[in-house]
Structure formats: structure tokens, C-alpha cells
Design a protein around this ligand. Structure first.
Ligand SMILES: [Zn+2]
Ligand SMILES: [Zn+2]
Length: 167
């Protein structure tokens, strides 16, 4: 499910597949059916996901286009390296999200329902750049995670994690 207040995608000159092909070529590697399958699933929608969640969506063992877990890990690492995905740690899990064609943003993480809410703030970027300038630091990126309780969890209308509610 897409995150709350998903941001507008930013235009890109080539598709994620082409971008990844370029990355592989520059490393002297060849694309494979498995890599294409994972890329297809990952770029279907903007979402925050971990490996287990991705495996739930991918073909099962014995089905056509099955991709093994080690290959998924290796492929996701390549996507991160190629700039297609961003990776971060959240409550002990490794979480991935689209980076390519998606604007830089930060997150609010609800510890009640485990939702990630995305936001952008020019004031925050200005503060970041000012702090960096003070330290003569060249910025290549940043990550801010605000933790707490979302409005629904504060009001008690959402007591259980969403994933449990769905099942
Ligand atoms: Zn919540
Ligand atoms: Zn996000």
C-alpha cells in the first residue's frame, strides 16, 4: 500500500530498467531474468518495504519467475548502489524505498501502527545546509526520522498495527 501523503514523482530521462542496464554495463555485468523480475515488482508502486514483504509479492518457489532469497538480497544491494533504491534501518528492520524518480523526503514513523508518513520541508533543508556550511561540510544527503504517535493512534481509533488488521 502506498504511504500516506505520497509525494509527486519527479520526471526522469530514462526508465528504471534502462538506468539499471547502464549501471550493470558500467560494471561489466549482464542483466538476468531474476533481476528484471525484482525490478518490475519493486517499481510497481512507491512503497516502503522489507525483504520479507517483497518476497510475499514475488512468485513462490516452483512458480515461473521465482527468485531465491539470496538473489533478492544481492539484487536489492545493486539497486541501492545504482541509485534506484534508498535503504534505511527502522526498528531493527532494513527498509527499502524508491529513490529513482522520487523526490528527496523525510519521514514520521508511528510507533503505534508502524506507518511511515512522508514529508518535505524547505526550512529543514535550509537548516541542514546552514549547519553543514558552519562545519565546511559538503552535503551528499541526510536522513531524518521523527518517531512518535500518529493522530489516529493518539485518539485511540487505531490500536493495532495495520498489517494485523488486514489479515
Ligand atoms: Zn499510528
Ligand atoms: Zn519515504
Amino acid at each position: 500500500m502506498p504511504p500516506e501523503s505520497a509525494l509527486d514523482h519527479v520526471p526522469v530521462s530514462v526508465t528504471p530498467h534502462e538506468q539499471f542496464e547502464r549501471y550493470l554495463r558500467s560494471r561489466g555485468r549482464r542483466n538476468t531474468v531474476q533481476r528484471r523480475v525484482v525490478l518490475d515488482y519493486v517499481f510497481r508502486e512507491h512503497d516502503h518495504f522489507d525483504v520479507d514483504r517483497l518476497i510475499e509479492k514475488l512468485p513462490r518457489r516452483g512458480q515461473p519467475k521465482y527468485v531465491s532469497r539470496p538473489t533478492i538480497y544481492r539484487t536489492l544491494a545493486e539497486f541501492v548502489d545504482a541509485g534506484l533504491l534508498r535503504k534505511f534501518e527502522l526498528a531493527g528492520r532494513t527498509v527499502y524505498e524508491l529513490n529513482y524518480g522520487y523526490p528527496e523526503h523525510d519521514h514520521l514513523y508511528c510507533q503505534g501502527c508502524q506507518r511511515l508518513i512522508e514529508f518535505q520541508s524547505d526550512a529543514l533543508l535550509a537548516l541542514r545546509d546552514e549547519v553543514a556550511a558552519r562545519h565546511r561540510f559538503r552535503v551528499t544527503g541526510h536522513r531524518l526520522m521523527i518517531t512518535g504517535l500518529c493522530a489516529a493512534c493518539q485518539s485511540g481509533s487505531r490500536r493495532r498495527p495495520r498489517r494485523q488488521q488486514q489479515s
